[in-house]
Every structure is written in structure tokens, then in C-alpha cells.
Write a protein that binds this ligand. Structure first.
Ligand SMILES: Nc1ncnc2c1ncn2[C@@H]1O[C@H](COP(=O)(O)OP(=O)(O)OP(=O)(O)O)[C@@H](O)[C@H]1O
Ligand SMILES: [Mg+2]
Length: 213
């Protein structure tokens, strides 16, 4: 399966999702290719740190791709891997569109209580355009960095539920230090010495939504 972690907002958790999903998937015994289609190359930097932490045993293969090559190279390699996870930049780029033209599932994280939720309309339009060429594309959005108190999550969810072409999934990830600390060591939250149980539960719930879809 080809999973794309994207959207048109920066800093919302695309790379966090992509790297954690790639690791959970490879821990489940799958041969995973992680494609870094963001010129900022955060996913590749993460993998470099990971290889240092784990003495070269990242557990998945990582490559960098740019623009239209995302489509052609992924199509060439998809048969060689069980799953491909693509991390894209936080803008509407040729690379993101190329990724959507070959994806099975597109997951778009967004932050509650911010203007993020309004950008989802444009993401829905992007999905509609992609579906003209790729009618199998499933597109979902999910809250990241959910607040533990207040009504922001529910309000954001209510708006997200109304966005055409995007399915809101109820698998929010809380705003938890564990996601940042794990990333700094090149690890998934599940791999920490003392894993944050809530973060792990949230991630596993989302994993099921995405890969059992
Ligand atoms: N659920 C979370 N709880 C706490 N911190 C988080 C969470 N998700 C992401 N972060 C932190 O937020 C920052 C941005 O996350 P990330 O790099 O995954 O976003 P991005 O959408 O890929 O950004 P960009 O658009 O720059 O590629 C990182 O420092 C990351 O560790
Ligand atoms: Mg990123």
C-alpha cells in the first residue's frame, strides 16, 4: 500500500506521522520504503539520526525524491516493497500532486484551535483533482496535537466532518512531549525506553485506521 502523509500546512505533524507509521509497519514485519518528498528533508534527517541510534538498523529503506519523479520512481519501486510511506512538504507542490496520483491512502493531520482547519477545504479540492486520475484514492484527515482540555477538538472535528472529499477519522493524537523526544532520537514513540502509554495507544489506533482501511 502507498500511504501519503501530507496537506498544505507546515508544522502539523506530517513527518511525525510518516516516520512513526513507517516504523510501526516495519515492526509488523513489512518491507517498507520511506520516501522523503519534502525538500526540507526532515524525514531523511530523522532516518540519519535513527541509523546512528540503532547502529544502521533503521528497519526500512529511505530515499529522497523531488517533483514528478515522486510518481515515476515510486511506480518503479512499489512492487519491490510491501508498503511505501511518502512524506511531503507543507505546500501544494508538484511532489505532493505526483504522490497523490499513485497513493492508496492520503492522511492529512491538522491542529485544532487554529486556522488549519480552514485549509482543509483546499486539501479537499486537491483530492478531487487527484481522483480524476486516481479513483482508488482514500483521503482522511486527523487531529494532531489535540488539547487535553477545552472544546477545540470537538469544534475542529465538527468542521472537518463537513469537508468534501476528506473523511474525518476519530483517532486524534494528543499534544505530547513523547512525540518530540522520540523524534529527537530517531525513534517511534513505541520504541522509547519508557514509552508514553497514551501516545502509543493513539498511534496504534491511527495505524489501524490507516492500514486496515
Ligand atoms: N502529537 C504531537 N505532540 C507533540 N509534538 C508534536 C506532535 N506532532 C508533532 N510534534 C512536533 O511538532 C513539530 C512539527 O512536526 P512535524 O515535523 O512532524 O510537522 P510537519 O508537518 O512535517 O512539518 P513541515 O511542514 O515543516 O514538514 C516537530 O517538532 C514535532 O516533534
Ligand atoms: Mg515534515
Amino acid at each position: 500500500m502507498i500511504l501519503v502523509c501530507g496537506g498544505i500546512k507546515g508544522g502539523v505533524g506530517k513527518t511525525t506521522l510518516a516516520t512513526n507509521m513507517a516504523i510501526l509497519r516495519s515492526a509488523a514485519g513489512r518491507d517498507v520504503l520511506l520516501v522523503d518528498a519534502d525538500d526540507q528533508a526532515t524525514a531523511s534527517d530523522f532516518t540519519a539520526v535513527r541509523n546512528e541510534t540503532l547502529q544502521g538498523n533503521a528497519g526500512y529503506t529511505s530515499i529522497k525524491l523531488h517533483g514528478a519523479n515522486v510518481r515515476s520512481e515510486v511506480m518503479r519501486m512499489v512492487g519491490k516493497y510491501d508498503d511505501v510511506v511518502i512524506d511531503v512538504g507543507g505546500r501544494d507542490t508538484a511532489g505532493q500532486r505526483a504522490a497523490l496520483s499513485v497513493a492508496d491512502v492520503y492522511v492529512v493531520p491538522f491542529l485544532p484551535g487554529s486556522f488549519d482547519v480552514w485549509t482543509l477545504d483546499s486539501v479537499g479540492e486537491l483530492v478531487e483533482e487527484a481522483r480524476a486520475f486516481n479513483d482508488k484514492l482514500k483521503a482522511v484527515c486527523v487531529i494532531n496535537r489535540a488539547d487535553s482540555i477545552g472544546s477545540d477538538n470537538a469544534e475542529a472535528a465538527a468542521i472537518a466532518l463537513e469537508i468534501p472529499n476528506l473523511t474525518y477519522i476519530d483517532a486524534p493524537m494528543g499534544n505530547r512531549k513523547a512525540f518530540r523526544s522520540a523524534a529527537a532520537q530517531g525513534l517511534a514513540v513505541t520504541e522509547m525506553k519508557r514509552p508514553d502509554k497514551k501516545a502509543v495507544e493513539e498511534l496504534e489506533k491511527l495505524y489501524k485506521y490507516l492500514f486496515d482501511a
